[in-house]
Design a binder for this molecule. Structure first.
Ligand SMILES: [Fe+2]
Length: 286
C-alpha cells in the first residue's frame, strides 16, 4: 500500500500559467483553474465560514443594483448573513467574505494557488506581498457596479456564470487622475459610470473552471448569469502596486497645495525620487 497522500492537481493548469505569463501585470486575460467543486467552496461550507468570521469582514446587500451607485445608497436585504448565503438562490442578494485567508484552511488554499504563480510574479513585479482572498456570492441577475480595486487579482469562477466587463487600467477618460487620488486616500471603489464607456471594455463570460486576471485598478463591472454564482478572488500587492498608490497620494498632496502634479509612468516602482519626496512629506506631517 502506498501511504503517501495523492499529489493535488494544479490550481492553474499549464495553459493557464502560460496565458497569465503573457498578460501579467498589465493586461486582463482569461484563464482556467481546477477549484470548481472544491469542498471548501460549497454554499454550506461558505455559510459556516461566514458565521465564524468577524462581522466587519462580511458585506452583503441587495443584488440588483444599477451600474453606477453611491456607497451610501446601497440597500440592505434585511436577512442575517447565514440566511443570506443558505438562501442565496432566491433572496436577490450579493455578499462578499473578505480576508478568508485568516481561516487556516482557506489560507492554505490561497497559498496553494498563489505559490504556483510566485516565480513569474517575482520576475515581473518583485516579491508577492500581502496575499488576500475574497469570496463573492451572488443571486441570479445581480450586478456588481463599475469599480476598481487596488490589488493584483485573479477571479476564479466556482459555481454559476457571470460576465465581467473589464476596462484598461490607466485610461483617464474612465478614471480621471483626481478620482484615482481620492481612491488612494481611502475613497470608495465605486466609479462614476457613463453608458458611452461600454465600448472601451471587453466582456468576458466565466463558467465554473474559468478565471480572469484583472490588473491593478483596471475598472470593471460584473453581471451575474441566471444561476447563483460563487467566485473566489485571490489577490496580492507588489512593489509596483504600492508605488503607484504612493505616487497618486503624492499628487493629491501637491494638488492640495496648488503645485503641479507629476506623471505616473508604466513602472512607478522606479520613480524613487518622487516616492522618497512623498514619504518625507508624510513624515513632516503634510
Ligand atoms: Fe472588483
Amino acid at each position: 500500500m502506498n501511504a503517501l497522500r495523492p499529489i493535488e492537481a494544479a490550481v492553474f493548469p499549464h495553459d493557464a500559467r502560460a496565458a497569465f505569463a503573457a498578460a501579467y501585470p498589465d493586461r486582463a486575460a482569461k484563464l482556467s483553474h481546477g477549484l470548481a467543486g472544491h469542498e471548501l467552496l460549497t454554499l454550506e461550507a461558505l455559510a459556516g465560514l461566514a458565521e465564524r468570521m468577524p462581522s466587519a469582514s462580511v458585506e452583503y446587500n441587495l443584488g440588483k443594483l444599477p451600474l453606477g451607485v453611491r456607497a451610501e445608497d446601497t440597500p440592505s436585504n434585511g436577512l442575517t448573513l447565514g440566511e443570506t448565503i443558505r438562501t442565496i438562490e432566491t433572496n436577490g442578494s450579493w455578499a462578499v467574505l473578505k480576508n478568508v485567508e485568516r481561516d487556516a484552511a482557506y489560507g492554505a488554499l490561497l497559498d496553494r494557488a498563489l505559490d504556483e504563480l510566485l516565480p513569474l510574479v517575482d520576475r515581473r513585479t518583485g516579491p508577492m506581498l500581502h496575499r488576500e482572498a475574497f469570496i463573492f456570492l451572488s443571486s441570479p441577475g445581480s450586478v456588481t457596479p463599475f469599480h476598481m480595486d487596488p490589488e493584483h487579482n485573479i477571479l476564479l469562477q466556482i459555481r454559476g456564470e457571470k460576465t465581467m466587463t473589464v476596462f484598461p487600467a490607466g485610461d483617464e477618460l474612465l478614471v480621471p487622475a483626481i478620482q484615482s487620488e481620492h481612491f488612494h486616500a481611502g475613497g470608495h471603489r465605486n466609479l462614476h459610470w457613463r453608458e458611452d464607456f461600454r465600448g472601451r471594455g471587453t466582456a468576458v463570460t466565466l463558467m465554473p473552471g474559468d478565471a480572469i486576471h484583472v490588473p491593478v485598478k483596471a475598472p470593471h463591472f460584473v453581471e451575474n448569469g441566471p444561476a447563483v454564482s460563487v467566485s473566489l478572488s485571490v489577490t496580492w500587492r507588489s512593489e509596483r502596486s504600492v508605488a503607484e498608490g504612493e505616487l497618486h497620494s503624492f499628487n493629491a498632496l501637491l494638488r492640495r497645495r496648488k503645485f503641479p502634479t507629476g506623471r505616473i509612468g508604466a513602472t512607478p516602482e522606479k520613480q524613487g525620487v518622487r516616492r522618497l519626496a512623498y514619504r518625507l512629506m508624510r513624515k513632516l506631517g503634510a
